[in-house]
Write a protein that binds this ligand. Sequence first.
Ligand SMILES: C[S@@+](CC[C@H](N)C(=O)[O-])C[C@H]1O[C@@H](n2cnc3c(N)ncnc32)[C@H](O)[C@@H]1O
Length: 414
Amino acid sequence: MAEKPYQWAEGAVLEDHSRRKHKILREYFFNYLSVRCQIAQMERFRLAIVDGFAGGGKYSCGTSGSPLIFVEELKRAIEAVNTHRATQGLGPVEIECLFIPNDYSRDAIETLKANLAPLQAEIAANVPRLHLRVEYLNQSFEEAYPQIKQLLEQGRYRNVLFNLDQCGHSKVQRATLVDIMRSYQSVEIFYTFAIQTLLTYLQTTDPTRLASQLQPFDISVNDLQSQTLGMNKQHWLGAAERLVFDSFNGCATYVSPFSINNPDGWRYWLIHFANSYRARQVYNNLLHANSSEQAHYGRAGLHMLSYDPRHDDGLLYLFDVTGRESARDRLLIDIPRLISESGNVIGVGEFYEGIYNATPAHSEDIHQAIIDNPDLEVVTPAGGERRSARAIAVGDVVKLKRQTSFFPMFFDPA
Ligand SMILES: C[S@@+](CC[C@H](N)C(=O)[O-])C[C@H]1O[C@@H](n2cnc3c(N)ncnc32)[C@H](O)[C@@H]1O
């Protein structure tokens, strides 16, 4: 599909699927700041945001694009966080943010400067606890990356968010994603990836061209061929998609590919990379609140990434009521199995670390499936039993009861 250049100076058109993506980004970023500024003793939170494909900041309809969304949410969050802290008798937090918007189009960057200036002026005048420094860059993302890294290192930023909203699938190297995820203590990436464009243009009958298309993902043609032997076209595409996802899966501890369908039918992924289960948990819950547009491929339950196109026939986990019901059924089976594999007992924190790389489930459904399961019990640090799903906490332990009712094959009689 030929890429349409954005006309930022004349007014770019915002499409519905991007609106949905913006809503997720906006809500996630606000939640991120609220969660990170919860610590009672905290006085200052420092973070850096890199918007690698920033665009001009406003669409022709007047709606904000990603760079304005970040700054608007910074302003909204610091006000909400400090109001909340005051009600708890806690001191206010200051936020110090380095914001690096980059776009290779000069038009985009000049338009963005004009669009961001009034908001910056308002923050400087009226939001004294928000210290915002903006460093504009005007290069292709890969060319800008060394400079971005230098800016982050100079400022010793440990909390870093990247938004890599590329058009297409080829403007960010996998090696760069790996480098980002390894370079900072707390780092997350939102990455747009046009999976269907890649699949559509795979040169299936020309091994040399196919090899060069798969090379950025470290997938060999032999791997693909050995895993797709005898498959029909649909299953072949499913397997290729799976291999591409596996390649991204190696970039971070928690990787969620959510499909977004745009009206032309060009499905793309919004992938969230994180190294902490808490980030993934917040993200999963938020996607349930935005269920209409996106789906996680694979099945429901804990092992949704065990999707096998030969057997599951392209089943999607949809973040809707039916999806959640089937997830709850699946979780009733998956959770005791995982606990049995862990030696019949596991701390809740360790349990989260183990599951969140592979489940799209809502935390409420996971907790409810534990409480509803007659084979499991949750024990508090004081040794009592939890009876409410909402009360389950990171310090608790989940145990498989010795008298299992329907799970004998996982029960160790010794
Ligand atoms: C989808 S738009 C970005 C929209 C913006 N993130 C938002 O949410 O409003 C993609 C932008 O990437 C820019 N772009 C395309 N290729 C690029 C590259 N290799 N490096 C940096 N910017 C690029 C385009 O000029 C365009 O403004």
